[in-house]
Design a protein around this ligand. Structure first.
Ligand code: ATP
Ligand code: MG
Length: 655
């Protein structure tokens, strides 16, 4: 037997033996050096796009046209109208450590350009079939240089407009291992779009276009209005919810837009931070952002921002990360305070009350949810239902699909499943078609007592349901009397749990109804989120969410779960994308469905703070029997606390 100590000793001996066998040290050939460098700088097609567009911007381009094929794996072409490269300098442009952007070592500490290392083109040309065509504006013709896997051909004269065109084909064709790490076209395209988004947000004064497989994805005319560009990428809804911020601290200027707390995400990827026009990632600044929103956002939610920090280049070291994504500030504390202070001051001077979107607030029957008459009507229907008066009405199954979406009475019947309730609105009735109810339950008239909901989770006939005496307190808890004692129920948690069970059962039995939109709705997302959704399209279809890509960052929603009918397609798609993004790119399909079901039930459930009518309280409390395990909501919080009569008697010293 080998003891632990012996094993360590023998491992060490093996290591020494393998060291003995190690070949002698030698200089790596330039092609290997370049491939190693390429590995650091060029991870995927999106990195190629970034480097090429940065070069175009450094060359003073006013217009940059990007074309990609197969997510950039087959082709990334960037054409600019910048200053161009002299024919005799083309070989230098693709040589390692050759740059026009630095002269002395000191220049490294006052970098005013996006590139400065002189290694991007060399790295790209090492791992692709590369061509560089360039013409300076004052020359009658241009020149062309082709490089295949690091082997440069001769410089040849060529025509073409002033500016530069770089084509990168078959990325990683000579490094198959690297190529294997590439993901689906959709995913790579998501990265490409995200990369272009960052560059285009940093430079709204430049005209950008992006084409994928001949299809125009973005056409972003130059404008000095960053907000207009944000709206093009992420939709008007978000742009309208942004607050302008600006502050100066000595030579440092912070300028841009931050979202109202009503707009947040489950991930920090919508925090666009730029330093002198360079997209950066900075943990300290992200932290400052989080601090500024402290108390304004729920735990796990992240703010959204589009902020540029302008500062003297010698105050920051941009040479600390291979792709220059991270930087080191000379006085990080000062910038942290500036960001935090600017945002806090802004929030203090702004009315941050949530503004309801009037379009989204329109009811399914076209009446405004804020209309008191409409609200009263809904409530009286609910009361009718509670009194069992709706039981005799037309079954929802007799209503055709478009009507089902708008018909009020049949939808009200389904409140039995306790439908969606939006903040500040009366408890909404779920448009759950009656055919969702299990046939067995349907055919048992005796289990539809006048005061109990005919839901899929109806109490089994054998179970005796004593009428519940219950009371809502603080608009969030329900206090109910039971045979055993007193129950204090968290109204949101209980409703969420009930809906979760219902959703799950329907998904498992393949009976989750989706509601087709008469007019599919386009939803603008970030490019990365759009491609993430497209990747999980089939799973989403299982959950009743039918989507299609309109290209770029726009998704077309053609149907979604009927149980979520009171949410707008935008709300649903956003809510769906968040757990996906938070779960990473390859969550287990089952976990993902479960996660989405949690999200859907949470969204659909009534909230703490929603005042309920007595009938609504009764309906909800009666439903506590209907789910198998109502003691915990899907997030694991208890849904109810029980004080038994014995407990009470003991506390009051009766026993
Ligand atoms: N689109 C372009 N227009 C004009 N000149 C260009 C263009 N692309 C590259 N160049 C020239 O080629 C040189 C090498 O480009 P490359 O991207 O390899 O290095 P860099 O931009 O200097 O530094 P980095 O490696 O940090 O990007 C640049 O310094 C620039 O002079
Ligand atoms: Mg460069």
């Amino acid at each position: 037997m080998v003891s632990g100590g012996d094993r360590v000793a023998s491992d060490a001996a093996n290591f020494l033996i393998s060291c003995d066998l190690m070949p002698s040290i030698r200089l790596l050939p330039p092609s290997v050096v370049n491939k190693i460098a390429a590995g650091e700088v060029i991870e995927r097609p999106a990195s190629v796009l970034k480097e090429l567009v940065e070069n175009a911007l450094d060359a003073g381009a006013r217009r940059v046209d990007v074309t990609v094929e197969q997510g950039g794996v087959d082709l990334v072409r960037v054409v600019d109208d910048g200053g161009g490269i002299a024919p005799d300098e083309l070989p230098l442009a693709v040589a390692t450590h050759a740059t026009s952007k630095l002269e002395t070592a000191d220049d490294l500490f006052r970098v005013r350009t996006l590139g400065f290392r002189g290694e991007a083109l060399a790295s790209i040309a090492e791992v692709s079939r590369f061509s560089l065509r360039s013409r300076q504006p004052d020359r009658p013709a241009g020149a062309l240089l082709e490089v295949v896997g690091g082997q440069a051909g001769p410089v040849e004269p060529c025509g073409g407009p002033p500016g530069t065109c770089v084509e990168v084909r078959n990325l990683f064709f000579n490094t198959p291992v690297r190529r294997k790490f590439l993901r689906s076209t959709q995913t790579e395209m998501g990265h490409i779009s995200e990369s272009l988004t960052r560059l285009a947000l940093a430079r709204s004064d430049v005209h950008f276009t992006l084409r994928h497989n001949e299809r125009l994805i973005y056409d972003l005319p130059a404008s000095n209005d960053l907000l207009a560009r944000v709206a093009l990428f992420f939709g008007r809804e978000l742009a309208d919810d942004l607050l302008a911020v600006e502050s100066c601290d000595g030579p440092n200027r912070l300028v841009g837009w931050v979202a109202r707390p009503s707009q947040s995400r489950a991930h920090p990827r919508m925090q666009y931070l730029f330093l002198n026009g360079r997209h950066i990632r900075d943990r300290a600044l992200q932290h400052a952002l989080g601090e500024a929103y402290r108390g304004l956002l729920l735990t796990g939610r992240y703010p959204i921002c589009f902020l540029n920090l302008e500062m003297p280049p010698d105050e920051v070291d941009v040479n600390v990360h291979p792709t220059k994504l991270e930087v080191r500030f000379q006085d990080g504390g000062r910038i942290y305070s500036q960001l935090l202070g600017t945002l806090r001051t802004k929030f203090l001077s702004t009315d941050l009350t949530h503004r309801l979107d009037p379009a989204g607030a329109a009811g399914s029957d076209g009446a405004s949810e804020h209309d008191p008459e409409h609200a009263a009507k809904l409530r009286s229907e609910l009361v009718d239902w509670a009194k069992g008066q709706l039981a005799a009405r037309t079954p929802a199954s007799a209503v055709s699909e478009p009507e089902a979406a708008t018909a009020v009475a049949p939808a009200r019947q389904a409140v039995l499943d306790l439908g969606v309730r939006l903040p500040g609105r009366p408890l909404e009735l779920n448009p759950v078609p009656r055919e969702w109810l299990p046939p067995a339950a349907e055919s048992r008239p005796e289990v539809a007592p006048s005061n109990s909901p005919p839901s899929a989770f109806r109490v089994p006939p054998s179970a005796s349901v004593a009428p519940v005496r219950a009371l809502q307190i603080h608009d969030r808890y329900l206090v109910a009397e039971s045979d055993e004692g007193v129950l204090v129920i968290d109204q949101h948690a209980l409703h969420e749990r009930i809906l979760y069970e219902q959703f799950r059962e329907r998904v498992l039995s393949g009976a989750l109804e989706s509601q087709n939109l008469l007019i599919p709705e386009a939803v603008d997302l970030s490019a990365a989120d759009a491609s993430l959704l497209m990747e999980h399209r089939e799973t989403l279809a299982k959950l009743g969410v039918q989507i299609e890509s309109l290209g770029g960052s726009t998704i077309l929603v053609s149907s979604y779960p009927a149980m979520l009918a009171k949410l707008s397609p935008v709300e649903i798609v956003r809510a769906v994308v968040e757990p996906l993004a938070a779960a990473g790119r390859t969550p287990e399909r089952r976990d993902m469905i479960d996660e989405l079901l949690h999200m859907m039930s949470c969204k659909a459930a009534i909230k703490a703070g929603d005042r309920l009518t007595d009938e609504e309280v009764t309906a909800l409390v009666e439903q506590r029997h209907l789910a198998q395990d109502t003691h915990h909501c899907p997030h694991g919080r208890p849904t109810a606390l029980v004080f038994t009569r014995d407990d009470l008697d003991r506390q009051f010293k009766r026993i």
